[in-house]
Ligand binder design. Structure first.
Ligand code: DON
Length: 330
């Protein structure tokens, strides 16, 4: 039975790749010129704005890929998903949620405004910078190095290889992180940071500089799609409760102040980063005639980003696929 499911998935995926994925990637790549590589982190500006790649992984282990899926990029804000998971694993969900809320903001990812407007200044959610810097300080481990290691260990347990940190990107952002420093100082003053300001920044900026490719983030998406269960290793990597909470945050806050539009027109949990990555997932569905009825993880890379900080061509490609393959969870 399982064998038949895997064979069917393989056949379907091969057909899908040949029929349409390559064509769609070529088509949407031409829209990359409408976006721009993030210039506020000088090292990210060097990316090729016309790169566009995708990797989709089903629970049977078959993978379809197209375009520039193999290009390495830094996780940036996609790391916020993994650090939230790691903090929940290390400290427990209630401890983490006492320090960071689960409400969307409708503000840009690096906004400071709500910290002062709402007393006592608890960050609205872990997907905006204020929340992510707070969560970085809660990671398991005594030193910034140990805290980063705890993240790398989770990634390794999912993708099967230990990720590295892109030092050039880290240094580039460390020197220009003025607004993140301001956020961290504010959070320190209000008592939400558990470590010193410079330590919190080091952890946060190093987690942003972890290198991956589209296949790696598709695999993380797949595990979340299956409520934390690794279907290829037959192992529960993330507790179901943590995985579900994380997916709800991806859906409501993962694409920043475009999260509402993304939920309405794409309709799946996703998390973006300014380097152009999008990690998305489709939970198993009740209808068997659609592509990926047993769910999938999706990784996209397209470094030209839009005004919200999301991959411009990547969002267009994902919207198109969601429409064609009826991926929306709604
Ligand atoms: O905090 C920053 O500015 C970046 N290192 C991460 C921001 C980011 O990826 C926002 N995403 N779209």
């Amino acid at each position: 039975m399982v064998q038949r499911m895997i064979q069917e998935e393989k056949r379907q995926l091969r057909d899908l790749q040949m029929d349409c994925l390559d064509e769609w990637v070529t088509h949407y790549r031409s829209f990359s010129g409408e976006g721009q590589c993030a210039a506020y982190i000088p090292a990210l500006e060097k990316a090729n704005p016309f790169d566009l790649g995708i990797c989709i992984i089903g629970p049977g282990g078959t993978v379809i890929k197209s375009g520039d899926w193999h290009v390495s990029f830094t996780l940036q804000s996609i790391s916020k998903v993994i650090s939230f998971i790691a903090a929940c694993l290390g400290r427990g969900i209630s401890y983490v949620l006492e320090r960071v809320d689960v409400e969307p903001t409708g503000d840009p990812f690096n906004s400071i405004i709500r910290l002062e407007m709402h007393k006592p200044g608890k960050p609205f959610n872990p997907m905006i910078n204020a929340g992510a810097i707070t969560v970085a300080s809660l990671l398991p481990g005594e030193s910034p190095q140990n805290k980063i290691e705890s993240l790398c260990t989770i990634i390794e347990s999912i993708v099967g290889k230990r990720p590295t940190i892109n030092e050039a990107v880290f240094q580039s952002e460390w020197q220009t992180a003025h607004r993140n420093r301001a956020l961290a100082y504010y959070l320190k003053e209000t008592g939400f940071l558990e470590v010193e300001v410079e330590e919190a920044l080091e952890i946060y900026l190093k987690q942003c500089a972890i290198e991956v490719n589209a296949e790696d983030i598709a695999m993380i998406g797949l595990i979340l799609a299956h409520d934390g269960y690794h279907p290829l290793r037959n192992e529960q990597i993330i507790p179901k409760e943590v995985a579900r909470l994380t997916k709800s945050l991806m859906l409501t806050c993962g694409m920043y102040n475009a999260s509402g539009k993304f939920a309405a027109f794409v309709g799946i949990p996703a998390k973006s980063g300014v380097s152009g990555g999008i990690m998305a997932l489709v939970p198993p569905r009740s209808r068997q005639e659609v592509p990926f009825p047993n769910g999938c993880g999706i990784g996209i890379y397209g470094p030209a980003i839009d005004e919200y900080g999301n991959s411009h061509a990547g969002v267009m490609l994902l919207r198109h696929i969601a429409e064609k393959w009826d991926l929306s969870i709604f």
